[in-house]
Design a protein around this ligand. Structure first.
Ligand SMILES: [Zn+2]
Length: 400
C-alpha cells in the first residue's frame, strides 16, 4: 500500500507445498518456502504492519494423499444418498468432500489450523468453502440426521467454535474468517468475505453491519460502480483480485496503463476510509440513505447473483459511535459531472429536530476536514455538484 495508508490484513494463498490449494489438501505441510522460510516471511510481513491470515481449504481431502488412506478419510466424508463418497474434481484432482459433523474432520482441520497459528505464528485463518457449501450427507455412521435437517449448520457452528476455542488458547487475538456471509456463524467469524453480496440489495450489510465487518469486493471488477458501491455500503475494500494489476498500474507498468484511473480511484476510496470514513463506514450505524434528486443516468452492474441497475450518483449515511453523522456520495460516471440535490432526515436518523444547531463539515483528500456552514436539524436538503469518479464526504454534528 502507498505512503499514508497502512497495511492491515493480508490473506495469504498458495503457501503450501502443492501448486494448487486443492491439491494434496489437507496435507499442506511442509510449506512451499520451507518451515523456516514461511516463519521468516510471516514475521517480515508482520514487521511491515500487516496481520497475516492463511488460506485453509476447510472442505477437501485429496484422495491421492497417503493420509487419505492411513487416516481413513472416507469415514468422515460426505456420502450421497446412494452411499457413495461425494467427490469433486477441482484442478484435475479427485477430492472427497468432508462432513463437518464427525470428529475425524474436525480434528484434522483443527490440527492444520493449530500448526499454522502455533508454529508459523500467523495471525488468523481463512476457512474456504464450508460456510456456504451446505450438503445433504447420508453417512449413517456420522451420528447426524441423514439428508436434510439442520445438521450442516449445527455441525459447522460446532466445528468453527472448536477451532476458534483451540486457536484462542494459542493466540487470544487470532482472527477467524471464511468464505461468504452467513447469519448462522456471525458470532464465530471475525470478518466474513462478502464478495458479491452487495449487488442490488446489500441485505447482509444493512441488517448485520453492527455485528460483522464484511470485506471483499466483486471478483475481477474495479469499475467505479463496483468498487464504489461496495465501499459506500460499508464493505471493507480488498480481495477482488484486481489489486495486483492496479498496484502495477500505479507503479508505471506499461502493460497496465489502462488501469491507472481505476487504481487512483481505489486509492482515493481507501484514503477517505482510513483518514475520515472509518468511524462511519466500518463502525457506524447505517441510516436511511440520503434521497437523491436530479437528472441522473443509470449504470448496470453484474454479479453472480444477477444484475443491478443504480443511478450513477449514490449516497449513504451513517452515525458514528461519537454521535456525529457521516454522509457520503459517489459519482460512478467516468466522463460526466452531475448536479443533484440530496435530503437527509436528521430527526429520524440522529434525533436532531429543527431547533438543534448543527455544523456541516466536508472532508477532502487535499485539505482534510473543513467547516462549511451551520445547518438546522430536521429535514436537511442541499445541492451539490460531483465530478466524474467523484467522492463527497460530509460530517454533521451538534454545535456544543
Ligand atoms: Zn455426515
Amino acid at each position: 500500500m502507498r505512503g499514508d495508508l497502512p497495511l492491515s490484513v493480508t490473506q495469504v494463498y498458495c503457501w503450501a507445498y502443492a501448486e494448487d490449494s486443492n491439491d494434496r489438501a489437507p496435507e499442506v505441510f511442509p510449506p512451499k518456502l520451507g518451515s523456516e522460510g514461511l516463519k521468516q516471511t510471516v514475521e517480515r510481513l508482520q514487521q511491515m504492519g500487516t496481520r497475516v491470515v492463511s488460506y485453509v481449504n476447510a472442505f477437501f481431502w485429496d484422495s491421492d494423499t497417503e493420509s487419505y488412506y492411513i487416516e481413513n478419510a472416507e469415514q468422515g466424508a460426505v456420502r450421497l444418498e446412494t452411499g457413495e463418497v461425494q467427490f469433486m474434481g477441482y484442478s484435475g484432482q479427485r477430492i472427497a468432500t468432508m462432513c463437518p459433523g464427525p470428529a475425524l474432520w474436525r480434528d484434522k482441520l483443527t490440527e492444520v489450523c493449530k500448526e499454522l497459528v502455533g508454529r508459523y505464528r500467523v495471525d488468523g485463518i481463512y476457512l474456504d468453502f464450508l460456510t456456504v457449501h451446505g450438503m445433504d450427507c447420508f453417512n449413517p455412521e456420522h451420528g447426524h440426521p441423514l439428508g436434510g435437517g439442520n445438521y450442516w449448520t449445527k455441525s459447522v457452528r460446532e466445528l468453527y467454535g472448536h477451532i476458534r476455542h483451540e486457536l484462542k488458547q494459542i493466540n487470544p487475538e487470532v482472527i477467524l474468517t471464511g468464505e461468504r456471509t452467513a447469519e448462522y456463524v456471525i458470532d464465530l467469524l471475525d470478518a466474513p468475505l462478502s464478495q458479491e453480496t452487495v449487488g442490488a440489495t446489500p441485505m447482509f450489510q444493512a441488517v448485520y453491519h453492527g455485528y460483522a465487518l464484511a470485506y471483499g469486493g466483486q471478483t475481477n471488477n474495479s469499475e467505479p460502480h463496483s468498487l464504489g458501491r461496495w465501499w459506500l455500503m460499508g464493505n471493507q475494500n480488498g480481495w477482488n483480485q484486481t489489486e495486483p494489476g492496479l498496484a502495477k498500474a500505479l507503479n508505471g507498468d506499461p502493460e497496465y496503463q489502462d488501469r491507472v484511473q481505476h487504481a487512483q480511484y481505489y486509492v482515493k476510496l481507501l484514503r477517505c476510509h482510513y483518514h475520515f470514513g472509518q468511524p462511519y463506514l466500518a463502525y457506524g450505524e447505517m441510516l436511511r440513505p440520503p434521497r437523491i434528486d436530479g437528472d441522473l443516468p443509470t449504470v448496470t452492474g453484474q454479479t453472480g447473483y444477477g444484475s443491478y441497475t443504480v443511478p450513477v450518483v449514490e449516497g449513504s449515511a451513517r452515525r458514528a459511535p461519537d454521535g456525529s453523522v457521516g454522509v457520503f456520495f459517489l459519482n460512478y460516471d467516468k466522463e460526466q459531472s452531475h448536479e443533484f440535490s440530496w435530503t437527509v432526515d436528521l430527526r429520524e436518523g440522529a434525533g436532531w429536530g429543527r431547533h438543534t444547531r448543527l455544523k456541516l463539515c466536508q472532508w477532502t483528500e487535499e485539505r482534510g476536514l473543513e467547516y462549511v456552514e451551520e445547518v438546522p436539524g430536521g429535514r436537511l436538503t442541499r445541492r451539490a455538484t460531483i465530478e466524474p469518479w467523484g467522492l463527497i464526504a460530509l460530517r454533521i454534528e451538534v454545535i456544543k
